[in-house]
Design a protein around this ligand. Structure first.
Ligand code: SAH
Ligand code: SF4
Length: 358
């Protein structure tokens, strides 16, 4: 048995064909799933009883149950879910002037051990299935349905390294993007990676129209290795080669994310060094105000210093923005709600790689 949210449109078509049915059934099934958004096969009233019984034999609906919802004054809402096997995961819905965006988790925990990140505190327990990612989006969309609104953007920037769960993430995005699925435009979908070089190359070869964001956070190898252990596996030279490969195959700008950590990566010399590094590439830089994570001990760069850093990049000709903070009154840093719940349930096992200044 698997969740029906696991099935891409093409997989559903193959399944229908395997039952000896016309492909057209897939259109009907997908309309019930993603347009009507029902969660009961018996509500699929234009399907015969036999068809519904066949579906029930092979599929169930929702692989997640909601544990808690936390809403911020600015509209940011966090959702804490539990999987069938008891794992906790988190999604965040943010309201922007351009629409509603969901930040999706791709794994339970994360093995990358970045020293500033709440998710890096825990080891990866497992990858999330495609259905568990789709279910996060469906849950939030159904909440929005009550207000007559829709999700317009999906970012895979929650807990986990999406490129360490490549196939499931790409399958999930297919359904989100598909006209008969949630029909969210490719350019409104963003995947963020800490820099798995082979996967960036694989993604480049797929010629997708989705946005790619790379978590850089440092202008040189020495500092990046200190704060992001993945830099030991893939040096910045290798990373930037993969970036060049991506831009050579895709006529798209990619985004570099750069968290501002006070006294660590936010000096004006580092801003110049970053500008020199990125100048040859067709890219944007997104400066991210750091959401402090108690366990790590890093601090956020002041607004004034962030603006100075920004100005250097701008003057050096780099396209740069500073991300607006969201939900700072509700443990905004991705993964914090999950860690809190795990502490409460005494199931928190810390990743030995995590910790400031390691
Ligand atoms: N693993 C992927 C995607 C999830 S993290 C990646 O690292 O890109 C998504 C983004 O949130 C990354 O840029 C990450 O560095 C950033 N991030 C992690 N912890 C943060 C925090 N406490 N405050 C602000 N941004 C954070
Ligand atoms: Fe994992 Fe991304 Fe957090 Fe690093 S920043 S620990 S890769 S989720």
């Amino acid at each position: 048995m698997r969740s029906i949210y696991d099935m891409s449109y093409e997989q559903m078509e193959d399944w229908c064909i395997s039952k000896g049915w016309k492909k057209f059934r897939t259109q009907q099934i997908f309309a019930w799933l993603y347009k009507e958004r029902v969660e009961d096969f018996d509500l699929m009233t234009n399907l015969s009883k036999e068809t519904r019984e066949e579906l029930k034999k092979d599929f169930y609906f929702n692989p997640l149950t909601l544990v808690r919802k936390q809403e911020s004054r600015d509209g940011t809402t966090k959702f804490l879910f539990r999987t069938h096997d008891g794992a906790l995961l988190e999604s965040v819905m943010m309201v922007f002037d351009y629409g509603n965006s969901i930040c999706v988790s791709s794994q339970v925990g994360c093995n990358m051990g970045c020293t500033f990140c709440a998710s890096g505190l825990t080891k990866k327990q497992r990858d999330l299935t495609s259905a568990e990612m789709t279910a996060q989006v469906m849950h939030v969309q159904k909440e929005l349905d009550k207000k007559g609104e829709r999700l317009s953007h999906v970012v895979v920037m929650g807990t986990g390294e999406p490129f360490d769960n490549y196939d499931a993430v790409m399958n999930f995005i297919k359904t989100v993007n598909h006209d008969r699925g949630l029909a969210i435009g490719s350019r409104h979908i963003t995947i963020s990676t800490s820099g798995l070089v082979e996967r960036i190359r694989q993604f480049a070869e797929g010629h997708y129209q989705y946005n790619l964001a790379i978590s850089l956070h440092a202008p040189n190898d020495e500092l990046r290795t200190k704060i992001m252990p993945i830099n030991r596996a893939f040096s910045m030279d290798q990373l930037m080669d993969a970036v060049a490969y991506y831009t050579s195959l895709n006529n798209r700008r990619l985004t570099f994310e750069y968290i501002l950590l006070k006294g660590v990566n936010d000096s004006l010399e580092q801003a110049h060094e970053l500008a020199d590094l990125l100048r040859p590439y067709c890219c944007y830089v997104n400066l991210i105000p750091y959401n402090a994570v108690d366990e790590h001990g890093y601090q956020t760069t002041s607004r004034t210093d962030a603006m100075r850093f920004y100005d250097v990049l701008k003057k050096e000709g780099i396209s740069v923005t500073i991300r607006k903070e969201h939900g700072s009154d509700i443990d905004a840093a991705c993964g914090q709600l999950r860690i809190k719940e795990m502490k409460k349930e005494k199931s928190l096992k810390l990743n030995d790689k995590a910790g400031a200044g390691e």
